[in-house]
Write a protein that binds this ligand. Structure first.
Ligand SMILES: [Fe+2]
Ligand SMILES: [Fe+2]
Length: 406
C-alpha cells in the first residue's frame, strides 16, 4: 500500500491543505494519508498560535468523512524534537511493508538538503512535492533532479492553491470573512472558542458577500452596479477621512436596498419603522426608500450599528450634524463612478479635498433640484444646508479671521 505522510502546523487547517493532499493521493496513487500536526514552539505569539489540542481537533473535523485521511497526534505527543526522520521512522514501524510518501510544499523542497538526516528520509520514503506558487515548476524539477541520487522525488503537476494559514489568521483577527477557506465545522470551532483573536459575530455583519447576493437577486442590474459603485466610493472616502473602510463599504452597498420595492411596500416600511420622519418625506415618494432601507437592514439583516442605520436613513435628505459615516454615504452616492451629471467631476474633486464644502455644495445641489421640480424641501435638508453653511463660514473665518470682520 502507498501511504502518504503530510505534516505541518495546520494553524488552522484550510481547504488548500485538503486539496493538496487529495491531489497528491490521486496523482501518486496514495491510498491513505496521515495528517500530522507539528508541535509549535511556545515562544510564538499566543494570538497567532493555538494549542496542539485545538489544531488537532480542527484537523479531525476537516478530515472526517474522508477515508483517505487519518489524523495522527504522533508529533504533538512525542517528547523528541519533531524531526521528519523520526516521524518517518515512527510510520515505518507501523507499516513495515508499505511504501511511504512524504508530502511537502515546494518551499520545503528548496531547503530539503538542510533537513536533519535528509538522506535517510529519502531512503525510507518518496518525497512528493506539491507546488505552492505558480511558475516555480522549473526550479522544483531542477532541485528534484539534484536530490534524486538520494532517493525518489516526485513533483506534482497539479496547480497550486494560493491560500495560506497566515492570511486566514489575519482575516480572522480583522474580522474579515474567512468561512470560505475552511471546513464549516472548523469555522464554527474557531468562532466558538474565539481562536486567532476572533472577535465575535458583530464584525461579520460588515461582511458584504452575502448582502451582495441579496442585492443582485433583488435589484435591477443598473441599481446593483450603482450600489457596488457607491460602496467602492464610500470605502475610498473612508480611507481618506479616517472612517472604517469596511463599515463604509457595507453602508454604501446597502443604501438603496429598498429603492426598487413597490411603493406600497416602501411606505409600509416607513410607517412601521418608528423613525422620526418629517411631513415632507412622507409626501415625497422618492425619499421613502432611505427610511425603508434603514428599517429593512435593521429588521431583516440584524444591523444594529446606529451609524450605519443613520447613514442609510439620511442618504437622501441629509441633516444637520451628520456623522462622518453619514457624510461619506451621502457624498459617495452623489459621486459614484456611474454618476455623469454636469458638475460631477468638480464634486468628486471637492469631496476628496474639502469635506465640509463638498457637503454644502451637495445640499445646495439637492435643494436646487427639488425646487426646480416644484418639490418640497424636507426640514432636515434645510437644517443640513444651514449647518454646513455655518461650518464652512466658520472654517474660513478661523483660517483668515479678518474676513469675518469685514
Ligand atoms: Fe438612494
Ligand atoms: Fe443611490
Amino acid at each position: 500500500m502507498r501511504i502518504g505522510i503530510f505534516g505541518g502546523s495546520f494553524n488552522p487547517v484550510h481547504n488548500g491543505h485538503i486539496h493538496l493532499a487529495r491531489a497528491a493521493a490521486e496523482e501518486f496513487g496514495l491510498e491513505k494519508i496521515y495528517l500530522v500536526p507539528s508541535r509549535i514552539s511556545p515562544h510564538r505569539s499566543s494570538d497567532e498560535y493555538v494549542s496542539g489540542e485545538d489544531r488537532l481537533a480542527m484537523l479531525r473535523m476537516a478530515a472526517e468523512n474522508d477515508p483517505l485521511f487519518e489524523v495522527s497526534d504522533y508529533e504533538l505527543n512525542s517528547d523528541r524534537v519533531s524531526y521528519s526522520i523520526y516521524t518517518i521512522e515512527h510510520f515505518r514501524g507501523k507499516h513495515p511493508q508499505d511504501e511511504l510518501y512524504l508530502l511537502v510544499g515546494s518551499d520545503m523542497l528548496l531547503s530539503f538538503d538542510k533537513w536533519y538526516r535528509f538522506g535517510d528520509i529519502l531512503s525510507e520514503a518518496t518525497l512528493c512535492v506539491v507546488s505552492r506558487n505558480q511558475g516555480d515548476m522549473k526550479l522544483l524539477k531542477k532541485k528534484a533532479a539534484e536530490l534524486s541520487r538520494f532517493g525518489d522525488v516526485l513533483v506534482s503537476e497539479s496547480s497550486p492553491v494560493i491560500i495560506s494559514s497566515t492570511e486566514i489568521r489575519k482575516k480572522i483577527a480583522k474580522n474579515k470573512n474567512f468561512a470560505c477557506y475552511l471546513n464549516e465545522n472548523v469555522v464554527q470551532y474557531i468562532r466558538s472558542k474565539g481562536l486567532y483573536s476572533y472577535r465575535g459575530d458583530a464584525g461579520l455583519l460588515f461582511d458584504p458577500d452575502e448582502k451582495k447576493k441579496y442585492l443582485k437577486a433583488n435589484l435591477s442590474a443598473k441599481r446593483y452596479v450603482h450600489s457596488l459603485n457607491v460602496a467602492a466610493e464610500c470605502r475610498k472616502l473612508a480611507e481618506k477621512y479616517g472612517e472604517d473602510p469596511d463599515k463604509a463599504y457595507f453602508a454604501g452597498l446597502l443604501h438603496d436596498i429598498c429603492k426598487e420595492l413597490p411603493d406600497a411596500d416602501q411606505k409600509e416600511l416607513v410607517l412601521n419603522s418608528g423613525f422620526t420622519v418629517c411631513r415632507e418625506e412622507i409626501e415625497t415618494r422618492s425619499l421613502w426608500h432611505a427610511i425603508a432601507g434603514a428599517y429593512f437592514i435593521k429588521t431583516k439583516f440584524g444591523v444594529e450599528d446606529i451609524d450605519i442605520l443613520n447613514a442609510v436613513r439620511f442618504h437622501t435628505v441629509g441633516r444637520a450634524g451628520m456623522s462622518r459615516l453619514e457624510e461619506i454615504v451621502y457624498l459617495g452616492d452623489l459621486i459614484s463612478a456611474d454618476r455623469d451629471y454636469k458638475d460631477v467631476d468638480r464634486m468628486r474633486k471637492l469631496s476628496y479635498s474639502d469635506l465640509n464644502s463638498a457637503m454644502l455644495e451637495a445640499f445646495a445641489f439637492s435643494i436646487k433640484s427639488v425646487v426646480k421640480k416644484g418639490g418640497l424641501v424636507p426640514v432636515c435638508t434645510a437644517e443640513g444646508y444651514n449647518f454646513y453653511t455655518r461650518l464652512v463660514r466658520e472654517e474660513k473665518n478661523s483660517v483668515n479671521p479678518k474676513r469675518g470682520l469685514k
